[in-house]
Design a protein around this ligand. Structure first.
Ligand SMILES: C[S@@+](CC[C@H](N)C(=O)[O-])C[C@H]1O[C@@H](n2cnc3c(N)ncnc32)[C@H](O)[C@@H]1O
Length: 270
């Protein structure tokens, strides 16, 4: 970093920004003082750094992110890694993957990219009920030249092409799973993210479980025999998720902790 840029960092720190964040902003906007000051103002006003910068790393990708989508989380990088292991365990040459609630495209596109690197030509069906999210996910797919993707505007499976029944190798989902009341107690910075990406109604007496319940109940008929469902869930959902997958008829069910040691990822094989 040049002296001039170091000076800009110091100014932003004196204005109240964290030094590491100030450096990132200067690296991103340092050549345009007006843009830098505007970005610093947005950050000082509380907007998440990822939205202010406008793009953020996720697995192997640099994804465009803005207020239309959830900021992809590190736990979801773990989900990608678990899903990748599952898909590679089967010996399928051209896997068909479905990403439910694709948001920025993070999970599905990261899987396609990892598989491309391994020489595996996968196809992705990326589903979201938010047209805004789909628009951004499409942009991310183009940005990374991941073209084997069909985007579907749908509430979960409702408007997915019925000809895909029993043809999907992997369904991966990071649905909303925070309860209404829990949301009120979370860090206010989350209010910048789309509420519909975070909050789910309660179901079967379980807080924030409604979307997971639908996905688990319906996934079986879309999976090939041997196909896998991998879902991220709240750390309070382990028993509910295992119960729902067993009721849906999945035989081989595991639930894994995230790196912080919290119950987080369910893996169920048809
Ligand atoms: C937790 S975000 C996950 C986004 C992205 N997969 C990620 O991990 O960063 C949940 C996503 O599900 C979408 N969503 C919420 N309800 C939905 C529904 N009924 N059908 C389809 N997508 C839905 C939201 O728009 C949001 O993009």
């Amino acid at each position: 970093m040049t002296d001039v840029n170091a000076e800009s960092v110091t100014e932003l720190v004196q204005g109240g920004l964290d030094r590491r964040e100030a450096r990132w902003l200067v690296e991103e906007f340092g050549s345009n003082d007006e843009a830098l000051q505007a970005a610093a103002r947005r950050r000082r006003d509380g907007e998440p750094l990822q939205y202010v910068i406008g793009h953020w790393p996720f697995c192997s990708l640099d994804l465009d992110v803005d207020e239309r989508v959830l900021i992809p989380r590190p736990e979801s990088e773990e989900l990608v890694s678990v899903a990748l292991t599952e898909i590679l365990r089967t010996d399928i040459s051209e896997p068909l993957i479905m990403d439910l609630g694709c948001g920025s495209g993070a999970i599905g596109l990261a899987l396609l990219d990892e598989l491309r690197t391994l020489g595996v030509a996968a196809t992705l069906v990326a589903v979201d009920e938010s047209l805004d999210a789909i628009a951004l996910a499409q942009r991310n797919a183009l940005k990374h030249e991941l073209l084997a993707v069909t985007f579907v505007h749908s509430s979960w499976f409702d408007d997915v092409d019925p000809s895909l029944h029993a043809r999907v190798d992997l369904i991966v989902a990071n649905p909303p799973y925070v309860g209404d009341e829990e949301f009120a107690e979370l860090d206010p910075v989350l209010r910048y993210e789309p509420r519909g990406a975070i909050v789910a109604p309660d179901a079967s007496g379980v807080t924030g479980f409604a979307d997971l319940e639908i996905i688990i109940a319906q996934a079986m008929t879309w999976l090939k025999p041997g196909g896998v469902l991998v879902c991220e869930h709240a750390n309070t959902h382990r028993d509910a998720v295992i119960g729902a997958t067993r009721s849906a008829g999945f035989s081989d069910v595991r639930d894994l902790d995230d790196l912080a040691g919290h119950p987080r990822m369910m893996v169920a094989r048809r």
